[in-house]
Write a protein that binds this ligand. Structure first.
Ligand code: NAD
Length: 317
C-alpha cells in the first residue's frame, strides 16, 4: 500500500509516520510538508533512513505540484494531517487558516478524485463541536453533535470536514473523518500547553495559564490517536465520522500543577494571564462508536503518558 501523509513533519503526523513504519514496514510512505514554523524536518531524521519512506517539501495548496505528485506516485491512501493548528495564531491572523485548512484540503480532494484513491482520511478535531458547559459533566460530544465551532481555527476545520463529506456524497469519493481530543506526547511544538509548561518549568520561567485555569480538555496520548487513525483508515466504514478521545478530562491548572510536581518545581511559577478570546470551556469526547465498531480503546494512562512525555522533553534539552 502507498500512503501519502500530509503534515508529517508536525506533531501528530511525525508520530503517525513512526507508528506506520514500525507496524507496516512494507508499506510505502510519502510525507508532504511545507515545513512552516510548526514543521520540523529533524523530527523525521530516523524515518528518512527507512527504505520505504520519502519526504517531499511542498504546499498542499499548490494544485499543480499536488497533481504532478499524485500522477507520479499513484497513492492508495491519503491522510491529511497538514494544517495550521494553533488557536491563538488563528485569532491573530485567520487568513492562512482558511487557505491551508480549507483550500488545501480541497486541492487534495480534487487530486484524489482526478487520480483515484481507495481512501481519503481527514484528521479533524473535537473543536468543531464548540464547547460544553463546565457544570454539565454528563454531556459529551458524539458524532451527531451539531458543528458549532468557536475560533477561526475550529471553523476552518469544520469547513474542511463539510467539504470532505460533500465530496463523498456528491462524487462518491471514499472518505473517512476522525475528530480527536487534545493530544500530548513527543514532537509537539513548544508553543502548545504541555511542552510550553515543561520547557518553562525546566528553565524556572513563569508558567502562563489563561484565565483561572479551569478550562477542561480531554487529553489523549498521541500514540493512542495514531492507533485509532490507523484502524479507521484500514477498517473504518467509508463515509463515516469517528470521534477519538479517552475520557481523560483535566483542568488546565491541574495539568500545570502535575508537571510542577513531576519536575519538582514550585507552583509559585504559575502566572494567570488574560483569558483567550472566546475561550472554549470544556471538551469531552464520547468514543463509543470507535470502540464498538473498531474495538479501539486508549491504552496509555495519563500518569504514564505524561511521564514518558516529560522524559522525552528532558532528553532533547
Ligand atoms: N494537536 C492536537 O491536540 C490535535 C487534536 C485534534 C486534531 N488535531 C489535528 O491534527 C492535525 C495535526 O495537528 P498537529 O498538532 O500535529 O499540528 P502541527 O501544527 O504540529 O503540524 C502541522 C504540520 O502541517 C504542516 N503544514 C502546514 N501548512 C501546510 C501546507 N500548506 N502544506 C503542507 N504542509 C503544511 C506544518 O509544516 C506542520 O508540519 C491537524 O489537522 C489538527 O487540526 C490536532
Amino acid at each position: 500500500m502507498k500512503i501519502l501523509v500530509t503534515g508529517g513533519a508536525g506533531f501528530i503526523g511525525t508520530n503517525f509516520i513512526y507508528y506506520e513504519l514500525e507496524n507496516y514496514p512494507d508499506d510505502n510512505l510519502v510525507c508532504v510538508d511545507k515545513l512552516t514554523y510548526a514543521g520540523n524536518i529533524d523530527n523525521l531524521k530516523k524515518a528518512q533512513q527507512h527504505r520505504n519512506f520519502k519526504f517531499i517539501k511542498a504546499d498542499i495548496c499548490d494544485r499543480k505540484v499536488m497533481y504532478e505528485l499524485f500522477e507520479k506516485e499513484k497513492f492508495d491512501v491519503v491522510i491529511n494531517f497538514a494544517a495550521e493548528s494553533h488557536v491563538d495564531r488563528s485569532i491573530e491572523g485567520p487568513e492562512i487558516f482558511f487557505q491551508t485548512n480549507v483550500m488545501g484540503t480541497q486541492v487534495l480532494l480534487d487530486a484524489c478524485l482526478k487520480f483515484g484513491v481507495s481512501r481519503f482520511h481527514q484528521i479533524s478535531t473535537d473543536e468543531v463541536y464548540g464547547d460544553l458547559p463546565l457544570e454539565r459533566p454528563d454531556l459529551f460530544f458524539t458524532e451527531q453533535t451539531p458543528l458549532n465551532p468557536s475560533s477561526p481555527y475550529s471553523s476552518s476545520k469544520a469547513s474542511a470536514d463539510l467539504m470532505v463529506s460533500a465530496y463523498h456524497r456528491t462524487y462518491g469519493l471514499p472518505v473517512t473523518i476522525s475528530r480527536c481530543s487534545n493530544n500530548y506526547g513527543p514532537f509537539q511544538h513548544h508553543e502548545k500547553l504541555i511542552p510550553l509548561i515543561i520547557n518553562n518549568a525546566l528553565e524556572n520561567k513563569k508558567l502562563p495559564i489563561y484565565g483561572k485555569g479551569i478550562n477542561v480538555r480531554d487529553w489523549l496520548y498521541v500514540e493512542d490517536h495514531c492507533k485509532a487513525v490507523d484502524l479507521i483508515v484500514r477498517n473504518g466504514k467509508i463515509g463515516e465520522i469517528y470521534n477519538i478521545g479517552g475520557h481523560n478530562e483535566m483542568r488546565n491548572i491541574d495539568i500545570v500543577r502535575l508537571i510542577c510536581n513531576q519536575l519538582d518545581k514550585s507552583e509559585e511559577l504559575i502566572e494567570f494571564v488574560t483569558d483567550r478570546k472566546g475561550h472554549d470551556l470544556r471538551y469531552a469526547i464520547d468514543p463509543k462508536k470507535i470502540h464498538d465498531e473498531l474495538g479501539w480503546l486508549p491504552q496509555t494512562k495519563f500518569e504514564d503518558g505524561i511521564q514518558k512525555t516529560i522524559k522525552w522533553y528532558l532528553n532533547i534539552k
